[in-house]
Design a protein around this ligand. Structure first.
Ligand code: IMP
Ligand code: MG
Length: 172
């Protein structure tokens, strides 16, 4: 990568993730919570987030593919992996790296409600509200950012850069 623009340092991320973990722990104190990460981007964020929570949680993941060409996001989401858990009567927290168009997360809310979840909340590391194509507001947001394409801390460009401990703006 040429000129680097570091958006969030490792320290900034860790401080904010700890705050989110504490906030979520207070919100769900005494509850049985299922934390579901959206693969693959949420994997590193979720690992840090659940370790900063001091409540008892079940962890699992979903993997989705969204179809659409170029700028035309169809909003059609295909499930590639779905947890083998009973969601009926359960509270679900979906964890994702970025809320972008919001189409995937709206689809997942619907899906968890159909499975009988009593509540579905969303925690994202980054929110890009200017990119939204549907009405969607995450319940817990690490940082709100402008419409930059970012990599690091789990986020990739063609599968690269996921293991960078910070977040930077991707430049060719
Ligand atoms: P959406 O909200 O349904 O559009 O899905 C957003 C997904 O697109 C995120 O979970 C990421 O996996 C991916 N994505 C969006 N913006 C970026 C970015 O800046 N860097 C890396 N992945 C991104
Ligand atoms: Mg993703």
């Amino acid at each position: 990568m040429g000129d680097r623009e570091i958006l969030l340092t490792k320290e900034e991320i860790h401080r904010r993730v700890r705050e989110l973990g504490q906030e979520i722990s207070r919100r769900y104190a005494g509850d049985h919570l299922i934390v579901v990460g959206v693969l693959k981007g949420a994997w590193i964020f979720m690992a840090d987030l659940v370790r900063s929570m001091d409540i008892d949680v079940f962890c699992d993941f979903v993997r989705v593919a969204s179809y659409g060409s170029g700028t035309q996001s169809s909003g059609q989401v295909c499930l590639l992996y779905w947890p083998d858990l009973d969601f009926s009567g359960k509270k679900v927290l979906v964890v994702d790296d970025i809320a972008d168009t919001g189409l995937t997360l709206v689809f997942l809310r619907q899906k968890f409600m159909e499975e009988g979840a009593v509540s579905v909340e969303f925690c994202v590391l980054l929110d890009k509200p200017s990119r939204r194509k549907t009405e969607f507001k995450p319940d817990y947001v690490g940082f709100t950012i402008l419409d930059h394409f970012v990599v690091g801390y789990g986020m990739d460009f063609n599968e690269r850069f996921r293991n960078m401990p910070h977040v930077e703006v991707y430049k060719d």
